[in-house]
Design a protein around this ligand. Structure first.
Ligand code: ZN
Length: 454
């Protein structure tokens, strides 16, 4: 990596994610941010080159805290459309049972590319479907992401409670608990990088209370603690889930989580909607992280995450697009807009600002994924930076470019830098031929859907 300095000069607006002033841009050296340049000033350091950013808005690379990349293969599938979570899942499990290695590779590349084009430099994926022949799904995802230069927290998901044992998924997509735990340990040992500048980290992620056994929940928590890695699952997404937990375990989802030794700051939860006031306080006290998924929660009519209450109680809030079968796109800057619109209905226009939701998408998400070197613009942070161009009809006439980024609905970056290297330039990934990737992905999606739909 070169030691040359690059000044991203005089942007139209900057979101740093903190109180620092970078109104006149920032300087990058190697993989890190060297210097922020306050308004009216020039860089203190020697500058080798610069980019005029006067028509750009700069943000830290966005960070997606929850996704299911494989679901890009089952977007808007007839049979799943217009259904709430449980019937939606029951239909799609039958399709997902036919996933293969080529499909996972292609879906991972397509989803990550879609995220990167919307300004995302770090992604978390929750893969929990391991039908026969797809035991190496996470290894395939690591290889796929390497071709894109994107950071990731890949979670080793799991399902062990099939229909025959009272669970929701069919028996064909579940694995034995020994297999799950052995593979979890293998993946941590092989791929989990603990460094601040890590590209790949591994976390453990039983799918949900209604698809794994209590014993697996407990043993996964033990394994995560032993290896010092994060824990992730879906929780409190729907009222159906509350009813399932009351019926099967005689307690609400959060009590169940606590009984499995999960109520601590190692855990982050997707959705986190249906909590009582007392449960919110317990989550905050335990410093649990929340992946707020507004589009998915609206599409499946699940509910509205109480973000501000959770935050006030002590939780970190990150933003997430969720899987592509319940969103159905993977666009992080659009998701920030969805969060603003949805959360205003609950907390009002003065509380939910563009800065607030951009904060969820950057600094908040970095806190959720325990990535302190990401999510903010300040010296010594990793140089993960998104540049959004204002040169579009939707931005013409704006007064505040930063607010416009969210409310006028930006949907793609002009440039994206990860660890000091441009991965997106002029709205194109440097290594990926989009048309070819799409054609191959669409063929695989058709092949997968035809297994059930004919
Ligand atoms: Zn999900």
């Amino acid at each position: 990596m070169s030691n040359k300095t690059l000044w991203l000069k005089s942007p139209a607006a900057v979101f740093t994610g903190n109180d620092l002033n970078a109104a006149n841009g920032l300087v990058i050296q190697g993989t890190k941010i060297l210097e922020l340049v306050p308004s009216g000033q020039a860089p203190v350091n020697h500058i080798d080159s610069y980019i005029d950013c006067s028509n750009m808005v700069l943000t830290p690379g966005l960070i997606n805290t929850h996704h299911h990349f494989y679901q890009t293969l089952t977007r808007c599938v007839p049979g799943a459309i217009n259904k709430p979570l449980f019937p939606w899942l029951k239909f799609l499990y039958k399709v997902w049972a036919h996933l293969d290695e080529d499909m996972i590779y292609s879906a991972t590349r397509l989803a990550a590319l879609e995220l990167m084009l919307s300004g995302t430099s770090c992604v978390a994926d929750h893969h929990y479907v391991f039908p026969k022949g797809l035991e190496n799904a996470i290894d395939i995802q690591v290889a796929a992401l390497e071709t894109l230069g994107c950071r990731a927290t890949l979670t080793r998901g799991s399902m062990s409670l099939g229909e025959s044992s009272g669970g929701l998924p069919p028996d064909s997509v579940i694995q034995t608990e020994d297999t799950i735990l052995e593979d979890s340990q293998r993946l941590i040992s092989r791929y989990h990088n603990r460094a601040d500048d890590a590209f790949i980290q591994i976390a453990l992620a039983p799918c949900s209370p209604f698809s794994v056994s209590t014993e697996l929940m407990k043993n996964t928590a033990k394994l995560a603690s032993h290896n010092d890695v994060l824990l992730h699952t879906h929780l409190a997404e729907t009222e159906d889930e509350n009813n399932f937990c009351l019926r099967e375990y005689g307690m609400r989802p959060l009590d169940y989580l606590e009984s499995c030794d999960w109520l601590n700051n190692r855990t982050w939860l997707a959705h986190g909607i249906h909590f009582s006031e007392q449960e919110i306080q317990r989550l905050g006290k335990a410093k649990v992280g929340i992946a707020h998924c507004p589009s998915s929660n609206m599409l499946l009519a699940s509910g509205i995450c109480p973000t501000i209450d959770l935050e006030k109680a002590g939780c970190n809030i990150g933003l997430a697009v969720d899987g592509s079968a319940s969103n159905d796109c993977s666009n992080m800057i659009q998701e920030a807009r969805q969060s603003l619109l949805q959360q205003r209905l609950r907390y009002g226009a003065e509380v939910i600002t563009a800065e607030k939701v951009l904060g969820y998408a950057t600094k908040g998400s970095a806190a959720v994924l325990k990535r302190p070197a990401l999510g903010q613009l300040k010296p010594q942070q990793q140089a993960d930076i998104a540049l959004f161009s204002l040169d579009e009809l939707r931005f013409s006439g704006v007064g505040s470019p930063l607010d416009a980024l969210v409310t006028c609905g930006a949907y793609k970056v002009n440039k994206l830098m990860v660890a000091g290297k441009w991965q997106i330039e002029d709205e194109q990934h440097i290594n990926v031929e989009i048309a070819q990737l799409m054609s191959e992905h669409q063929d695989l999606a058709r092949k997968l859907q035809s297994k059930v739909l004919g």
